[in-house]
Design a protein around this ligand. Structure first.
Ligand code: AMP
Length: 574
């Protein structure tokens, strides 16, 4: 459904046309195309549209053209559910009104000094964007008067009602002149919204944006099947391969954001957590760092999603799939903004997740494509390409090369051929990275491999009295099938090519076989499949690992924790 409407067909001023062009918007989005003419005409409008559809500009553009630049009193008021959204919306007004020099706006919200806001309001702004509580506060103090406000927008009206702002909203509406224009934007047309419409709007023009248009088409949606314990490894790999400048990782809990942030940090990736428990000042600080590129990854919960208004986020990772379809749209809308493209990357760790992907495809009316994790050889290929690029770049620089040329001359007079010199230098540049990649050359088995593997294991255990490793969805979790406790440590036979390791954690630490496999596979970089039998006792456990990997496992696990407990492993003396 291509539409060919241009901004210049919508009856907006040349100043806005110029601003829009500078912002990189080439064509109005559907909600803009449909809402702008009605709002310009002074009609009441109710728009069903979500974040990511361009709804902000859909009301900001006509409002800027409607206000009188020579009259310095509040003429338009926009109510938003959160401070983040208010700041974002006001920012959009500023950009769009860039060439309307006499029009100014302000964002007023709780958590910021009211005196500063009062000072700005006194200067005489025409457009006020605020959260209902703080707007009401200013009205009560007499620092904001709405007598001349001819237009009000309720942005994310459903969200504001959900948050309990109904009374504030109604009080504000009643402060406004009878003769006013009332515009609602809401993701849903639920009953509370319709009640408000009946009470406060006058024959509103209704615009519904179909679900398909909810997600921005520029966002590529993909998923990877991966074992839960290897999600981190895969994410880091994807970040490395694609070299994203800025990306956002979404988790379902605050705790998870902290864990992920820490893990990324320990792998040298600059990440910051963003969640509802941070104070406003802390959140601002994190967003500031992200905007400046001082951290390249934001790890956020859904609560924080709306506040992430950075235009050049290249990828959104759903480390956990969202609990709600609407959240999904909010999350992935953090990328593909301002005319740029973006990718939404989902991790699927089981059948339930797979079902969710299907639901999300239905909800967004777009397909989410399955991808295979990049292999180590692909990663090495990438490094090669990068090096070629770097060499071209550095040779293209016009600078004084005397010292370097002298060094080259010296190398050649030492009897080395140019090829040998180049090879040596390439090894020095890439060697370590390539070795590191090879060291972690484990496949990233999908949850399906895991299911297959489990099937094989239980078969084996029935035949030979081996132990089932257990899995997320049922079964006996690492209990010995023969219950032979007295044979601890050495009773079970370890295969010839395997070494049995002692681990200082056990049932009291609530660890399960999966945790052990995950930690060893993830940290030591050996295939989960290669890890053998596991016995978990109250205070300690045993795990069989390939003989050749035993020392490496002990060494890498030394600095690690499982379930927050420090790990100590040694070769079992049993
Ligand atoms: P919104 O739904 O208002 O949160 O806007 C989502 C994103 O789309 C923002 O990053 C806007 O800058 C961007 N945007 C809005 N309108 C357009 C347009 N016509 N063309 C391209 N990008 C747009």
């Amino acid at each position: 459904m291509e539409n060919n409407t241009k901004f210049s067909n919508l009856g907006i001023s040349k100043e806005i046309l110029q601003a829009v062009e500078e912002m990189g918007y080439t064509q109005p989005s559907p909600i803009q195309e449909q809402a702008i003419p009605y709002i310009l005409e002074g009609q009441d409008v109710i728009g069903q549209a979500q974040t990511g559809t361009g709804k902000t500009a859909a009301f900001a553009i006509p409002i800027i053209d409607l206000v009188d630049p020579d009259f310095h009193k509040p003429q338009a008021i926009i109510l938003c559910p959160t401070r983040e959204l208010a700041v974002q919306v006001e920012g959009e007004f500023q950009k769009l009104a860039k060439h309307h020099r006499k029009i100014s706006s302000v964002a007023i919200y709780g958590g910021e000094s009211i005196d500063k806001q009062i000072r700005i309001l006194r200067k005489g702004v025409q457009i006020v964007v605020g959260t209902p509580g703080r707007v009401q506060d200013h009205i009560n103090r007499g620092t904001l008067k709405l007598d001349d406000a001819g237009i009000i927008v309720l942005d994310e009206a459903d969200e504001m009602l959900d948050m309990g702002f109904r009374d504030d909203i109604e009080a504000i509406l009643q402060e406004m002149p009878e003769e006013r224009q009332t515009v609602f934007f809401s993701a849903t047309m639920a009953k509370p919204i319709m009640d408000l419409t009946r009470k406060y709007q006058n024959e509103p023009h209704i615009i519904k944006i179909a679900k398909k248009e909810l997600t921005v088409d520029r966002i590529e949606q993909i998923y990877y099947e991966v074992k839960p314990t290897l999600k981190m490894e895969l994410m880091v790999r994807l970040m490395t391969v694609n070299n994203y400048n800025l990306s956002v990782v979404f988790c379902n809990t605050k705790r998870m954001t902290d864990e992920v942030t820490e893990s990324l940090g320990s792998r040298g990736i600059l990440a910051e957590a963003l969640h509802g428990d941070l104070s406003q000042a802390q959140r601002d600080k994190v967003m500031g760092k992200f905007r400046k590129g001082l951290c390249t990854v934001l790890v956020a919960t859904d609560v924080a999603a709306r506040g992430i208004d950075v235009d050049n986020v290249e990828a959104v990772f759903n480390f956990d799939l969202p609990l709600d379809e609407e959240y999904y749209v909010h999350r992935i809308g953090r990328t593909g903004r301002a005319g740029k493209s973006g990718v939404a990357i989902n991790f699927v760790t089981g059948r339930r997740d797979m079902q969710k992907i299907k639901d999300l495809e239905r909800f967004t009316k777009a397909s989410i494509t399955r991808m295979d994790p990049p292999s180590v050889s692909e990663l090495i290929e990438m490094k090669k390409k990068q090096l070629v690029k770097d060499v071209h770049r550095i040779l293209a620089k016009d600078e004084d090369n005397q010292v370097f040329e002298e060094t080259l001359g010296q190398l050649l007079t030492e009897g080395l051929t140019p090829e040998q010199v180049a090879l040596g230098l390439i090894k020095m540049t890439m060697g370590e990275a390539v070795q590191e990649l090879r060291d972690q050359d484990f496949s990233l088995p999908s949850y399906q491999d895991r299911r297959r593997e489990r099937g094989e294991r239980s078969e084996r255990s029935e035949r030979g009295g081996r132990f089932e490793r257990g899995g997320r969805d049922g079964g006996r979790r690492g209990e010995r099938r023969d219950g032979g406790r007295e044979r601890r440590g050495g009773g079970r036979t370890t295969e010839a090519n395997m070494t049995r390791l002692f681990l200082n954690l056990g049932k009291k630490d609530r660890i399960r076989p999966n945790d052990i496999v995950g930690a060893i596979a993830g940290e030591a970089g050996i295939p989960g499949k290669s890890i053998g039998g596991i016995d978990i006792y109250d205070n300690f456990s045993f795990v069989d690992v390939p003989k050749k990997d035993a020392d490496h496992v002990i060494r890498t696990m030394k600095h690690n924790t499982i379930k927050g407990k420090t790990v100590n492993m040694e070769i079992s003396k049993g």
